[in-house]
Design a protein around this ligand. Structure first.
Ligand code: IPM
Ligand code: MN
Length: 384
């Protein structure tokens, strides 16, 4: 028996395809748990969810954060329109209500870094024609606690011709410093973990095995853009082994399409990171295979939140069509997070990733497979 105290997860399927991809992922987690005797347990919660709102008038209980603090991590499927889109009478909430728990959890637990790795696994759809796009291997680290998402501002003279809306953005030096330092740390770790070294050119002509690219829109939004630029330069001096780079967000969008293989770690504001990570998800094969994690790299005092980049996909909800692999790859990130001090979690994570990769490379291009078929194939290819 394993004497380790159990890690406890709150499993929150949420809305739409969330339930389907979560069920598939739990099957896989159960297999891994049994095989490795992982000290892992979970509670499945009915909230946050639109259906909970239908029954209780709120997306989650008032004391949700208190109830969740006892968990080591939260695994969330998706929130939003529960679908099916074909049912015009379904219980549907404004986005601002159904998606609010995401932001409440991220902010309430101070999960200030959102990491979205984008690597094109062999067999995943490659949307760009240039063969070099197969080499995409980047990680976008998105500021997750402030910036454009502080939700401050308001509307006056509603509905009149004089109506005004303000939406404040807030950028603090401490948030910039911790985020950018984390980006450099990750860049180093990624370089160390890479089987095949990569080479990035530094301004002095020397090369480095890792790179961090800062994203701003400092030509039009100079206040925070310059703050971030200064903090980036200060912290970069502590990491002479890491190449640095800056892109304006609009140019970054262009280069993500034109030459995405030049990027390694990309660090961006909350909103700009949000937009770039939908694009990055497509570069790695689409939303169906794009994992995402919300963490506080400095502390385990609060649970981290693991939810794929995708949403509730109401157009395919309930039809056994959702790709569970983004959720599974997100669960692999979760196992890694839980396993920093325990190799057994890390082993389970790499087996899960290998099973997803094997499934991707075995799939016939263009073939349509159900959630159940994908999930059965992945379970099949896990070591017995
Ligand atoms: C995401 C989503 C959320 C975000 C929405 C649903 C609030 O798009 O996780 O990327 O903007 O962060
Ligand atoms: Mn998004």
């Amino acid at each position: 028996m394993n004497a380790q105290p159990h890690r406890k997860l709150a499993v929150m399927p949420g809305d739409g395809i969330g339930g389907e991809v979560m069920a598939a992922t739990l099957d896989v987690l159960e297999r891994l748990r049994d095989r490795h005797e992982l000290p892992l347990a979970w509670d499945e919660l009915e909230w946050p969810a639109t259906d909970w709102h239908r029954r209780h008038g709120v997306m989650m209980p008032e004391d949700a954060l208190d109830q969740l603090t006892c968990y080591d991590a939260l695994l969330l499927g998706a929130l939003g329109d529960p679908g099916p889109s074909s049912d015009p009478n379904r219980y549907l909430l404004p986005d601002g209500i159904s998606l609010a728990p995401l932001l409440t959890l991220r902010k309430g637990f101070d999960l200030w870094a959102c990491e979205r790795p984008a690597r094109l696994l062999p067999g995943a759809p490659q949307y760009l024609a240039d063969p070099r796009a197969a080499e995409v291997d980047m990680m976008v680290i998105r500021e997750n606690s402030e910036g454009e998402y502080v939700n401050q501002g308001g509307r006056v003279h509603r509905g009149t011709e004089r109506e005004v809306a303000t939406q404040l953005e807030v950028f603090t030096r401490p948030a910039a410093e911790r985020l950018i330092r984390h980006a450099f740390e990750r860049a180093r770790q990624r370089a160390e973990a890479r089987a095949q070294p990569r080479t990035f050119t530094r301004p002095d002509g020397n090369t480095a095995a890792a790179q961090v690219c800062l994203i701003t829109k400092r030509n039009a939004l100079p206040h925070w853009g310059e703050l971030y630029t200064e903090v980036f330069a200060e912290i970069a001096r502590e990491y002479p082994d890491v190449a640095t780079h800056h892109e304006l967000v609009d140019a970054a969008c262009m280069k993500f399409v034109q030459c995405p293989w030049i990027f390694d770690v990309v660090v961006a504001s909350n909103l700009q990171g949000d937009i770039l990570t939908d694009l990055a998800a497509v570069l790695s094969g689409g939303m169906g295979v794009a994992p995402s994690i919300n963490i506080n790299p400095d502390t385990r005092d609060y649970p981290a939140l693991f939810e794929p980049t995708h949403g509730s996909a109401p157009d395919i909800a309930g039809q056994n069509k959702a790709d569970p692999r983004a959720m599974m790859l997100t669960a692999a990130e979760l196992l890694d997070w839980l396993g920093t001090e325990e190799t057994v979690f890390a082993r389970a994570a790499s087996e899960l990733r290998a099973a997803v990769a094997a499934d991707l490379s075995a799939q016939t291009a263009g073939a349509v497979r159900s959630t159940d078929q994908i999930s059965a194939a992945i379970i099949e290819s896990l070591p017995a």
